[in-house]
Design a protein around this ligand. Structure first.
Ligand code: F3S
Length: 755
């Protein structure tokens, strides 16, 4: 059994009393989101009302899931915590490193060879620390989590933005960075700003060509890519309960595309059916017993305007299939308007490739509805005009659809089946001819469609739709084909119409996979050795950062005064650097290479104060490190905005930067710097930014009396012999000061487990 029944039992024992208590404290009926959040406060959090969009709250998630790209640094860090086992059930999923090119078998073989050292590391570290390991080819993290681990009323975090997919099974599931995953696995609380709440009331019932995907495509059109920021989207109403659990998963998955913290649905029969079909009847019966706590209160759904910050209503009886894109998932076009939209925007109407599957849309229901269309091709004398590919979300689904003959039907329309992995959804698609960068149109059932996302070609226009619409458009080879109204000319020159899709929510004969690809960890991992080759250039074991030397920091060199925007991408660039995510020293060669030097407006070109010469930022910092000299980085407003990438804090720490002084921080990056034992400081007077000069040497004073709320004093010594005294604020609390003193937050945990 891959899932942890005892943990779920313990959560369900706690939920009723905690929900009752929260209802009393809040003094009104509760949404589902509030029930789950209040039931997952850490023991130490005061039981009080937390302001939505205002209060920072510590939570205790029930599970952690990691995909192979982000798991590397999370687990290397976790190894520093000194624990013998993870504190909460956790899993690793090998899905991001498999390139889709020829077919599932040869593509998988190639990945297993090319990424062997990464897989060996992940398998061995999982085995040692009690983490479930899903081998390459087992499936995509979010599909595997839905099939095995998600449970109504639970809370989980995952190191991938589409972790939110598990909301389809009534969870609060949130995407985070590796550092957060590491903390929760180490037993630390996880902090989140109490989210705002958006309620989406679904009336009516899906019918004909319309699918769950169209609900979220419509919502994305209404809310846009930023509309969900800082909010949880909670769906309810007869339209919600009438759709499948996996359909709900699709809707929650793409909540990431509107910036939502997560999305969720209340527990209902569809979830119970799905739990039973995926071997978790015990979880369904446990959930049945406390079902009133696993959905929002009736009064909330009857008068949603009173309880949500924003309410949207969608009538599924009237909802049309949509195509969203190109280049952004919120450009929503109802299928009946596509002819006009394509003409007005000069979009190429010939569909080159239709791609179905991925983490977003590869349920049995999705594939069975798509195959009902593929089956009509031969029967109606049609020929499929576009290329067609399928990326199954898991081996469980792949093996079941093979048994049920779906793959045979797809092969008759020339479909290519890729490995059970992310592939084209994350740009791991070696598409033939993409390097020519021709302008062309593809349609897919994935979630994201930014430029270059699927095939690396900036001129590929990708439209997102349901698997049913993707299949119909691939058969027609035409973006403007509306299967609801239009006919196609068959091989005999006759006009034929496609019948609306039909399919089964769940396989009649049950799911079936000989080997779903799971590897359980050792019961006692103390003798397991974590496999990292000392010669590897992709993986490197971490050494603990040194504790603070208990003196003020004197004689630091100014490394760079960054000008304007400096996001985590400027600090630790992605793209080709991603392959070094598990090797701190190698990836540190990208440190701050995207930041603009205030003094010459160039990127990756700063003055080495020891030689007077200009050179790359990482090389300059390595020269200071070699000379035993610390340094300081100065920045502008909202420094470190963007992703929660922990490398942006670990790299400067590794290379010997001691402090980052900015006008303001993006909050997550500020916390990441603190966790790594750095000084994250802000100008008390932002105008002092102008006083910093290129050849400055800096002293940071007051560290021996480092106290919450008390500013530090920085002396900037200029090359002409003058100096400026600058006051720097900080937001360290007493605990965070110990992180600085001990060298890193993880050093403190390690001490606890060693003592
Ligand atoms: Fe992400 Fe798609 Fe994989 S959104 S998890 S890349 S299948």
């Amino acid at each position: 059994m891959a899932f942890d029944l005892e943990m779920i039992k313990a959560v369900y024992e706690r939920i009723p009393a905690r929900v009752e208590a929260a209802r009393k404290i809040v003094g009104r009926p509760l949404t589902l989101t509030e029930k789950i959040l209040y039931a997952h406060l850490t023991e130490g959090m005061p039981r009080q009302v937390y302001g939505r969009g205002v209060s920072y709250v510590d939570f205790a998630p029930d599970r952690v899931a990691m995909q192979d790209a982000t798991a590397q640094m999370a687990l290397l860090q976790f190894m520093q915590a000194g624990r013998s086992k993870v504190a909460v059930p956790s899993t690793v999923h090998c899905d991001h490193l498999i390139v889709a090119k020829n077919d599932s078998v040869s593509d998988l073989e190639r990945a297993v060879t090319e990424s062997k050292e990464v897989y060996d590391f992940l398998a061995s570290v999982s085995n040692k620390y009690g983490i479930g390991f899903w081998r390459p080819g087992a499936g995509i993290i979010h599909q595997v989590v839905l099939e095995n681990y998600a449970f109504p009323g639970g809370m989980m975090i995952g190191t991938d933005s589409h972790t939110v997919n598990a909301g389809g099974l009534g969870m609060i599931a949130i995407g985070v960075g590796g550092a957060d995953a590491c903390d929760v696995m180490a037993g630390l609380p996880w902090e989140l700003k109490m989210p705002k709440l958006i309620g989406v009331k679904l009336t009516g019932k899906l019918n004909g060509w319309t699918a769950p995907k169209d609900v979220i495509l419509k919502v994305a059109g209404i809310l846009t890519v930023k509309g969900g920021t800082g909010a949880v989207v909670e769906y309810f109403g007869e339209g919600a309960t009438s759709m499948s659990c996996t359909g709900k998963g699709t809707i929650c998955n793409m909540g990431a595309e509107i910036g939502a913290t997560t999305s969720t649905f209340g527990y209902d029969d569809s979830m119970s059916r799905y739990l039973k079909a995926t071997g978790r009847a015990e979880v369904a019966s446990l959930a049945d017993r406390i079902s009133e706590h696993l959905t929002g209160d009736a009064e909330v759904y009857a008068n949603p305007e009173q309880y949500f910050d924003q309410v949207i209503e969608i009538n599924l009886d009237e909802l049309e299939p949509h195509l969203n894109g190109p280049f952004t998932p919120d450009l929503a076009t109802p299928i009946s308007k596509m002819k006009e939209a394509a003409a007005a925007n000069n979009w190429p109407t010939k569909v080159e490739v239709g791609l179905i599957g991925s983490c977003t849309n590869s349920s049995y229901e999705d594939i069975s509805r798509a195959v009902s269309l593929a089956g009509q091709v031969g029967k109606k004398g049609l020929k499929t005009k576009a290329e067609f590919t399928i990326t199954p979300g898991s081996e469980l689904v792949r093996s079941t659809i093979e048994r049920d003959g779906f793959l045979d039907t797809f092969s008759k329309i020339g479909a290519k089946v890729f490995a059970n992995a992310c592939g084209p959804c994350i740009g791991m698609w070696e598409r033939f001819g993409a390097e020519k960068q021709e302008r062309n149109t593809i349609v897919h059932s994935f979630n994201r469609n930014f430029a270059k996302r699927a095939d690396g070609n900036p001129n590929t226009l990708a439209f997102v739709a349901s698997p049913e619409i993707v299949t119909a458009l691939a058969i027609a080879g035409d973006l403007t084909f509306n299967p609801l109204t239009d006919t196609l000319t068959n091989e005999n020159g006759e006009q034929v119409k496609l019948d609306p899709p039909s399919g089964d929510e769940l396989p009649k004969k049950g799911f079936d996979a000989e080997d779903p690809g799971y590897q359980a960890p050792a019961k006692d991992g103390s003798n397991v050795t974590v496999q990292v080759s000392p010669d590897s250039n992709r993986l490197q074991l971490l050494a603990p950062f040194n504790p603070w030397e208990q003196t003020d920091l004197i004689g630091l060199k100014l490394l760079i005064k960054a000008k304007g925007k400096c996001t985590t991408d400027h600090i630790s660039m992605a793209g080709p650097w991603l392959k070094f995510r598990g090797h701190l020293d190698n990836i540190s060669n990208n440190m701050l290479i995207g930041a603009v030097n205030y003094f010459n407006d160039k990127t990756d070109n700063v003055k080495n104060q020891l030689t007077g010469e200009y050179g790359p930022v990482p090389a300059t910092q390595r020269a200071y490190k070699a000379a035993g000299i610390g340094s300081i980085v100065v920045g502008d407003e909202n420094y470190g905005e963007g992703s929660s990438r922990e490398h942006a804090a670990m790299e400067p720490r590794h290379l010997g930067v001691r402090a980052v002084l900015v006008k303001s921080f993006a909050r997550i990056h500020e916390t990441n710097l603190k966790k790594q034992g750095m000084l994250a400081l802000t100008f008390a007077d932002k105008a002092d930014y102008e006083k910093i000069q290129e050849d400055d040497t800096v002293d940071i004073l007051g560290l021996t009396k480092f106290t919450p709320g008390v500013p530090l004093t920085l002396v900037f010594h200029h090359s002409d012999g003058s100096s400026d005294i600058i006051m720097a604020n900080h937001s360290y609390n007493a605990q965070q000061i110990t992180w600085f003193q001990e060298g890193a937050a993880l050093n403190i945990i390690r001490k606890q487990f060693q003592s």
